[in-house]
Design a protein around this ligand. Structure first.
Ligand code: FES
Ligand SMILES: [Fe+2]
Length: 402
């Protein structure tokens, strides 16, 4: 899986973690590699192996100056490409530094996030044309968190339209519009039927619910799965949109980047207030991006709240998700599962992943990597006549316009 993931551009940090040229470097762990990110004097982002090529001191302690990161042990200096551009502890006539090539990965900035390509191809593939990476900065909000579980447990949760009727359940909810989160269909039908379609980029998942008192229509919650670990849960029409990337730090920990964006206009103060409220899929984190409500405080679990207000007794939507995903353990032993019909999307996603690994082992590169336009997608909530297939009925709202 690690080999496969190296075929893709991965978003790993916020641009704001490196706010200015020559700012302090930042430690980043991705795909089990310890790296140091820095922004050089020209504003370019470098992502270098953490341990200096000389004798391994951490470049985190480095001096970020004059277009390079300088190790504080003996002064070796690297540019964003991993060239050793200065070796002041060797005689000036030495050509030793020309023979040093430090591990450095290609980076890009898009959607106020920093992306890395850790794969074998040079030049790297094009960036996936995700809508939120193509809107102006004021249209997009990115929330980063570290989760103490395998990336897969997060991908599974995002694709799992069934848990919304339990984990995120709030008691005595006022019935909303038909396409709202508090849709009468969501409130009445807690056993959605799944239709999962294979696509060139991943999966299109339709979860269908009955509309109470209406035999002519279905309520569809449509979710996107994009290789390798990107998902979009649907938003009610007209609201800002949602995206999540689950990027492995290692086998047992992940970086979660959850994004809200508006294609049509900047996020308003109202949007941001909603995004930052506990009802959103974004979570409050400390300076190391660990959620403030975490395993150590049982995610703020309140048994009184659980009796009176909601299903879990945990307040935030994202905290509810993290609580169950981490509670499975760092990597759940899937041999112990009992998968039902409501797990159809999860089963299909695992098959898709396993097939992609097999293809790569047989020398076939993932198709979608060289077709970035496939990522111009949205997810949607739709209410459609019963006889209309969801992918046809919702076709327009599943396409990005930016
Ligand atoms: S260990 Fe970095 S310069 Fe010596
Ligand atoms: Fe959830």
């Amino acid at each position: 899986m690690g080999e496969l993931m190296r075929r893709y551009w991965l978003p790993v940090m916020l641009s704001s973690e490196l706010p200015a040229p020559d700012c302090p470097p930042v430690r980043v762990k991705v795909l089990s590699e310890e790296l140091v990110a820095f922004r050089d004097s020209t504003g370019q982002v470098g992502l270098l192996a953490e341990h200096c090529a000389h004798r391994g001191a951490s470049l985190y302690f480095g001096r970020n100056e004059e277009c390079g990161l300088r190790c504080v042990y003996h002064g070796w200096k690297y540019d964003v490409h991993g060239n050793c551009v200065d070796m002041p502890n060797e005689p000036p006539e030495s050509s030793f530094k020309e023979r040093i090539h430090h591990t450095a990965y290609k980076t890009r900035e898009a959607g106020t996030a920093i992306w890395v390509y850790m794969g074998p191809h040079d030049p790297p593939p094009p960036m996936p044309e995700l809508e939120w990476t193509r809107v102006p900065a004021g249209h997009v909000y990115v929330n980063k968190r570290i989760q103490e579980n395998s990336y897969l447990q997060n991908v599974e949760g995002e694709l799992d339209s069934s848990h919304v009727s339990f984990l995120h359940w709030r008691f005595n909810r006022k019935v909303g519009a038909l396409t709202d989160y508090a849709s009468p269909a969501m409130l009445a039908d807690r056993a959605p039927r799944f239709t999962v379609l294979n696509t060139d980029y991943g999966l299109l998942v339709g979860a269908r619910r009955n509309v109470p008192g209406d035999d002519s229509q279905y309520f569809w919650r449509i979710t996107q799965f994009m290789m390798p670990t990107f998902t979009m849960i649907p938003a009610p029409p007209g609201r800002y949109l949602d995206f999540t990337a689950a990027v492995p730090q290692d086998d047992e920990n992940m970086i979660g980047l959850t994004v809200a964006w508006r294609p049509d206009r900047p996020l308003s103060a109202e949007d941001l207030a909603e995004i930052e409220s506990w009802e959103s899929v974004h979570t409050e984190v400390d300076k190391n991006f660990r959620p403030v409500r975490n395993r150590d405080n049982n995610y703020g679990l309140d048994r009184q709240l659980q009796k009176t207000k909601n299903y879990t007794g945990i307040r935030g939507i994202r905290e509810q998700d993290i609580a169950v995903q981490e509670s499975m353990g760092p990597i759940y032993d899937r041999r112990k599962e009992h998968l039902g019909s409501s797990d159809a999307a999860i089963i299909s996603m695992r098959r898709r992943m396993l097939q992609a690994i097999k293809n790569l082992q047989e020398g076939r590169e993932p198709y979608e990597v060289s077709h970035p336009e496939l990522y111009r997608l949205r997810s949607a909530i739709a209410v459609l006549p019963r006889e209309v297939p969801f992918d046809e009925g919702a076709k327009e709202s599943l396409e990005a316009t930016v």
